[in-house]
Design a protein around this ligand. Sequence first.
Ligand SMILES: Nc1ncnc2c1ncn2[C@@H]1O[C@H](COP(=O)(O)OP(=O)(O)O)[C@@H](O)[C@H]1O
Ligand SMILES: [Mg+2]
Length: 223
Amino acid sequence: MIVAKNIHKKFDQLHVLKGVDLEVKKGEIVAIVGASGAGKTTLLQILGTLEKPSKEFASSLLIDGDSILSLNDKELSIFRNKKLGFIFQFHQLLPEFTALENVCIPAFIAGKEKKEAEEAAHYLLNYLGLSHRSNHKPGELSGGEQQRVAVARALINQPAVIFADEPSGNLDTQSAENLHELFFKLRDEFGQTFVIVTHNQTLANMADRKLVMKDGLFATSEL
Ligand SMILES: Nc1ncnc2c1ncn2[C@@H]1O[C@H](COP(=O)(O)OP(=O)(O)O)[C@@H](O)[C@H]1O
Ligand SMILES: [Mg+2]
């Protein structure tokens, strides 16, 4: 699903990623852990096509069979909309829109009809136990509910991969546990692939693979 080779990132003199290699198979849940500043978010942003690796190195990045580094910005934004889902630490829902509308937005961007998008959004919100909250705005929802709306938004275009950066970093223990269980349920029922950056050791240990990032590379002891 993902084949990344020799990914480097420099911010001026700061060499943050130093030749990262990563392969992720379909239906796999990979957790990335490591100290703050190790480069986890930078890597996730590059894998998620939101950032580009530094050009002076011979890097390659295949996602769902597409070679990403040769796409232009317009092609990238289409690819991102159709193939990738994102979940962030702070849900990043649009405050003036309802849960249902927030979930529909990526489907509208993908050119879906209103009716079709809303049906899919209703299905997902119901699946995530949120049908009674669909017409509420994010500010009226709990942190756990907001994060589940963000999961529905990430899922609506049936992405090949979901990237999550500290998805439970802002949740209480119970809501975090529920969110983690949801990831595994989505993997088991739909074969959903996840790459998750987390400080949560329980989640990292439940994952199919736990990768430890240290000074811009994966440490060899993978566990
Ligand atoms: N846009 C940027 N410009 C300059 N430095 C950055 C930028 N983004 C991240 N960094 C630096 O890169 C390093 C890795 O950051 P990050 O990937 O966010 O680490 P992590 O997510 O593991 O905490 C840090 O030293 C950070 O300050
Ligand atoms: Mg980070």
